[in-house]
Write a protein that binds this ligand. Structure first.
Ligand code: ATP
Length: 740
């Protein structure tokens, strides 16, 4: 599936050089220093190699043709690898929908690298993913550089494990795992953010909840008060109407009796008066009676005025005591928002430390002025109220004084009337009996007058009570709404109407409930609204958190699954590699044994934060490295280091071949891997190459005649005096010549 390599400006390949790989095994031959290894490095380079060292350079510039005395230096090095991507079996080798895949990398002298896939610019990461999917890993286990045959032997157990994972095609899982881990980190970040938002919200929500609970208690009180008020008002209404009826009836009866008595008395007095003297006395009696009538009517007008003033006074004192008892005073909303705006404006303008200081002073002044203004206006209001009370009190005192003057006048008039009657009856000669009758009637008349006055007083008292009741109704209506005054009227005969002591107790309960409700505060619509909003937000965050926790859980499970799969494929792969490794090793050494052994790594991976001992063990086991154990036939060798150069080369060739066998890479580049082999081993090496070429395309860079003989295609690389590598197709015999 490897089709072609195109090199321009890379290292010694100044001119565009194209290598076609048409057969299973291609050998590249040529004298020392002609540029053969540069071809292997061209592969590494195009596949995204980042280590300059593994391309024998220090800087990017070292990768670009540096020029010779006859050829100018290049400014750009570019290598393209062309793959055949037609599907074999079910899949295309690379997971993109093109029959041919060209992976290209170019560098400029300024160090910039450009990657492209089929001519479209891509990121290195895209190249890596595409290659990993086609089992061309980044650890370069499929490109064995010159002198690096035993690289895998020298590598650390951890790197060795990485190479094995790569060779087994497990990189794809690693990529998936990394992606899942990144997502997990992001998710955990989000979880932390949501949690901190919830923590910020919590105290405010708790406050709002307690407020709402208070409001709910107030709602309860409101209901309680409504029902109490309904009962109370119904009873009081019925009571007042019964009492008013009684008073009116009493007054009517007395007034009727009074009228009858007056007429009777007047008639008798008329009859009894026979001379001028008597008529004069009668005239006095009538006059005094009219006077008494006048005084009485003035008194009742006065009583109504007193009632009115007293009503107003009780409302005013009530309000003023309530205001005095309140522990807070009200601030008009617009004043307060004006203050807030002013403070915000000052604060917003303060950008430097000096400005902050100035703003601080200004804000303090604004606040002090506000509070002063506010305290003054509160005092003004109190003063006005006190003044109004005083005026009403004065008015009442004046009216009461009038009342007492009128009472005096009345007493006076009454005693005058008695005297005139006395004089009238004394003058009469009508006799004792008539005199007695007149005096009795006069007494009865005075009695009925008293009765009418009492009924009127009662009516007046009831009117005051009714007024007070109306005020109470308004007050409670304001407090709990119209329901408190919407109730079925009670029948006047209901037992509750006349049980005044039970009613008094009811009134006390009503008052207490009213006070409790007033203390509990208003309806708090804004608090309820805010509580609703904040708890909705909280609920939203909680759901969000659940979602996040679920997706974190899912990611952890995915990572766990990937780990399990990785571990499974890894241990399966390891067993297969070991079987193959043992076979190749025995073949190379005519016996003996070699195997890869999983071994726990001493220290946890760098930067890995392990929370618990258990997890620590888990991770270590999971990330354990790979040791190589060898036993040569007829020799006691304990460590790899004790092997000879040739033995080491053989061991690593056996391992590389074993790895390639288990999961064949699309191609394998072997740069003088056979350099240390003697004739017999060269033959075995050749046999293995032929075997391996059945699954992977091979590119062997070699000086070894035996190896050349196994290749289907031979390229010779030469370098002339101009320092530029040149490529030529050669036959086997020519190759032998070229290689020297
Ligand atoms: P051997 O058989 O000894 O391993 P080889 O054929 O593998 O040799 P290389 O190591 O591939 O040879 O090539 C090395 C040659 O490439 C040297 O002559 C070196 O000067 C040349 N070379 C390396 N980098 C550049 C460069 N940037 N510009 C020009 N020539 C370069």
């Amino acid at each position: 599936m490897l089709k072609r390599l195109e090199i321009v400006g890379f290292k010694s390949f100044a001119k565009k050089t194209v290598l076609d790989f048409l057969s299973a095994t291609t050998a590249i031959v040529g004298p020392n220093g002609s540029g053969k290894s540069n071809v292997a490095e061209a592969f590494r380079f195009a596949l995204g190699e980042q280590s300059m060292k593994s391309m024998r350079g220090r800087r990017t510039e070292d990768l670009i043709f540096n020029g010779s005395h006859s050829v100018p230096r290049a400014n750009r090095a570019a290598v393209a690898i062309v793959f055949d991507n037609r599907s074999r079996g079910e899949h295309r080798p690379f997971r993109i929908d093109f029959d041919e895949v060209v992976i290209e990398r170019a560098v400029l002298r300024d160090g910039t690298s450009e990657y492209s896939i089929n001519g479209s610019k891509v990121r290195l990461r895209d190249i890596e993913e595409l290659l990993a999917g086609a089992n061309i890993g980044e650890t370069g286990h499929h490109i064995i550089s010159q002198g690096e045959a035993d690289r895998i032997l020298l590598a650390s157990p951890r790197d060795r494990r990485a190479m094995l994972e790569d060779a087994l095609g497990l990189k794809v899982y690693e990529f998936k795992k990394q992606e899942a881990q990144k997502k997990l980190v992001r998710t955990e970040d989000n979880i932390m953010q949501v949690n901190s938002l919830r923590r910020e919200l919590a105290p405010h929500l708790r406050f709002l909840e307690s407020q709402v609970k208070k409001l709910e208690r107030a709602d309860e009180l409101r209901k309680e008060l409504t029902s109490l008020a309904q009962t109370y008002f119904a009873i009081e209404d019925a009571y007042l109407s019964v009492e008013k009826g009684k008073a009116a009836e009493g007054k009517r009866d007395s007034a009727e009796r009074l009228a009858v008595t007056s007429v009777e008395l007047a008639n008798i007095e008329e009859q009894a008066t026979t001379d001028v003297e008597g008529a004069k006395h009668l005239e006095f009696v009538r006059k005094t009676e009219r006077e008494i009538e006048r005084i009485n009517s003035e008194r009742s007008t006065l009583a109504r005025s007193i009632g009115r003033v007293e009503g107003a006074l009780s409302v005013a004192t009530d309000r003023s005591t309530r205001v005095a008892q309140e522990s807070y005073v009200k601030v008009p909303r617009e004043d307060l928002s004006g203050l807030v705006k002013e403070v915000e404006k000052q604060a917003a303008e303060a950008t430097t430390p000096e400005a902050v200081l100035a703003a601080f002073t200004a804000i303090r002044q604004v606040i002090v002025a506000f509070v002063n203004r506010f305290v003054v206006s509160a005092e003004d209001t109190r003063f006005e109220e006190e003044h109004a009370i005083q005026t009403l009190q004065n008015e009442r005192a004046e009216l009461l004084a009038n009342e007492s003057v009128l009472s005096g006048e009345l007493e006076q008039a009454k005693s005058e009337l008695a005297q005139h009657r006395e004089a009238l009856t004394a003058h009469d000669e009508t006799g004792r009996d008539l005199r007695r009758l007149i005096l009795d009637l006069a007494q009865a008349k005075a009695h009925e007058e008293g009765m009418v006055a009492r009924s009127e007083a009662r009516e007046h008292e009831l009117a005051l009570l009714a007024e007070a009741l109306e005020r109470e109704k308004v007050e409670i209506l304001v407090l709990v709404g119209v329901a408190a005054v919407s109730y079925e009227p009670l029948s006047p005969t209901d037992g509750a109407v006349n049980d005044r002591s039970a009613h008094e107790a009811r009134k006390r309960t009503l008052e207490r409930t009213k006070i409790r409700l007033e203390e509990a505060g208003g309806t708090g619509e804004d608090i309820r609204q805010e509580h609703k909003e904040v708890s909705t937000r909280e609920a939203f965050l909680a759901t969000e958190l659940e979602d996040l926790a679920r997706s974190a859980e899912g990611l952890r499970a995915l990572i766990g699954d990937l780990d399990t799969e990785l571990a499974k494929y890894f241990s399966e792969g390891l067993a297969k590699v070991n079987a193959s490794f043992g076979e190749y090793f025995a073949l190379m050494f005519d016996g003996g044994n070699a195997r890869l052994v999983l071994e726990e790594l001493e220290a946890p991976e760098e930067g890995a934060l392990l929370e618990s001992e258990e997890e620590n063990n888990e991770k270590t086991k999971e990330r354990s490295g790979i040791e190589i154990s060898v036993s040569l036939p007829k020799k006691k060798v304990r460590s790899l280091m004790q092997l000879s150069g040739g033995e080491r080369a053989l061991t690593s060739i056996a391992l590389i071949f074993a790895m390639s066998q288990v999961n064949p890479p699309p191609f394998l580049i072997l740069d003088e891997t056979d350099a240390a082999l003697d004739e017999a081993n060269s033959r075995r090496y050749g046999d293995m190459i032929e075997n391996l070429a059945k699954q992977s395309q091979l590119i062997v860079i070699t000086h070894n005649r035996e190896t050349m003989s196994r290749a289907n295609t031979l390229y010779g690389v030469t370098m002339g005096g101009d320092g530029v590598s040149r490529l030529l197709s050669v036959k086997f015999d020519e190759a032998i010549a070229v290689a020297k």
